[in-house]
Design a protein around this ligand. Structure first.
Ligand code: COA
Length: 331
């Protein structure tokens, strides 16, 4: 059976660093509160003029370079983002234009924090059925422009951040190597617990001064409910995807959990009975970059040698929708 495998990884974040103390100067918060509740020490935010597509381009170039593949050799782009540069079209086409490639398909997946997992599953299926061979899969977000940086928005502004990660997926020559199994779920019952209300096509007009005055264009979140669901759903999904390949948490070389909050990752780790060396986190440096967290984690692990040939890896995510899922892969 044909499988897909990751042959290149890369990531990019904006140069601008925003520290916890920077927030303490503009809202009622402290470095101590942010570190103890979220684990975050700093994050990267874009400056005006810097776009999500720019970040995606920088990450993609690194992934393509590692893969030894020229942009013109790509067959398709799958771009996970919940924060496209414009309302329409999606960001995949802007990345395609920046890469200067032929009119290959470029598709956006609007699945927030689990967007990269969903995108991997789509690209994997395209490769398995023989439709495309070389696919660029990107997770990229600019969340900072949806943040209310007054005290009213302090439960989200300190968490969400900007960044991009990319992988190149290609057919695997070996059946025991590459993406092994996928587990995907969603539950719209909780859609309003983590969302951006406007602009919305149900409103006439889609965004008004009243909406903006009420702050309905900012990302809003019921943090406690998100936390409660995340710490249940991620371990459930990790066990499910491992079960599909006949493995248990003890067999895992490395878990790459979506970086929502360090306390969530620690609870997921405890729930699965994993040792510290079986889990990698980097939210301390980057905050929650939504669809970009997993490819950023992966690239750091690949480049530092933390992922080795033959390792069993699981990537798992939970976020807006709610939607969640996992991918198991043999490196
Ligand atoms: N600084 C200081 N105080 C803050 C704050 C901040 N940045 N953000 C919130 N608070 C305050 C709240 O206003 C509240 O004050 P009150 O008791 O006077 O009303 C208090 O801290 C406790 O708020 P609560 O929401 O109950 O805190 P919490 O312990 O649940 O932590 C989160 C808040 C957001 C850190 C936490 O709920 C969380 O991480 N949830 C998951 C978020 C997440 O992962 N989102 C991404 C999903 S993909």
């Amino acid at each position: 059976m044909l499988r897909s495998r990751i042959v290149g990884t890369g990531f990019a974040v904006p140069e601008r660093v925003v520290t916890n103390d920077d927030f303490a100067k503009i809202m009622d918060t402290t470095d101590e509160w942010i570190r103890t509740r979220t684990g975050i020490q700093q994050r990267h935010w874009v400056t005006e003029g810097e776009t999500g597509a720019d970040l995606a381009l920088a990450a993609s170039r690194k992934a393509l370079e590692m893969a030894g593949i020229a942009p013109r050799e790509l067959d398709a782009i799958v771009y996970a983002t919940s924060t496209p540069d414009h309302y329409a079209p999606g960001n995949g086409v802007f990345l395609q234009r920046l890469l200067g490639v032929q009119p290959i398909p470029a598709m956006d997946i609007h699945q927030a924090c689990s967007g990269f997992i969903y995108s991997l599953s789509v690209a994997d299926a395209w490769i398995r059925v023989g439709l495309f061979r070389r696919i660029l899969v990107v997770g990229a977000e600019v969340q900072s422009t949806a943040m209310d940086v007054s005290t009213k928005g302090r439960n989200t502004a300190v968490i969400f951040a900007d960044g991009a990660g990319a992988v190149v997926l290609a057919p695997s020559e070996r059946e025991d190597q590459g993406l092994l199994a996928v587990d995907l779920h969603s539950d719209g019952a909780h859609a309003e617990m983590l969302w951006v209300d406007v602009p919305g096509c149900m409103y006439h007009p889609r965004i008004s001064k009243e909406h903006i005055d009420a702050g309905r264009h900012f990302l809003s979140m019921d943090g406690k409910e998100v936390f409660r669901h995340a710490v249940t759903r991620m371990p459930e999904s990790v066990r499910a995807v491992l079960g599909r390949v006949g493995a248990t948490p003890a067999d895992l070389s490395l878990l790459l959990p979506h970086q929502a909050n360090l306390r969530i990752s620690e609870m997921v780790q405890r729930e699965l009975g994993l040792r510290d060396d079986q889990v990698y986190n980097n939210i301390q440096q980057y905050g929650n970059t939504t669809a970009a967290t997993i490819p950023i984690l992966l690239d750091e692990c690949v480049r530092s040698g933390r992922v080795k040939a033959g390792d069993l890896l699981v990537m798992t995510a939970f976020g807006a929708g709610f939607s969640w899922g996992s991918v198991a892969c043999r490196w």
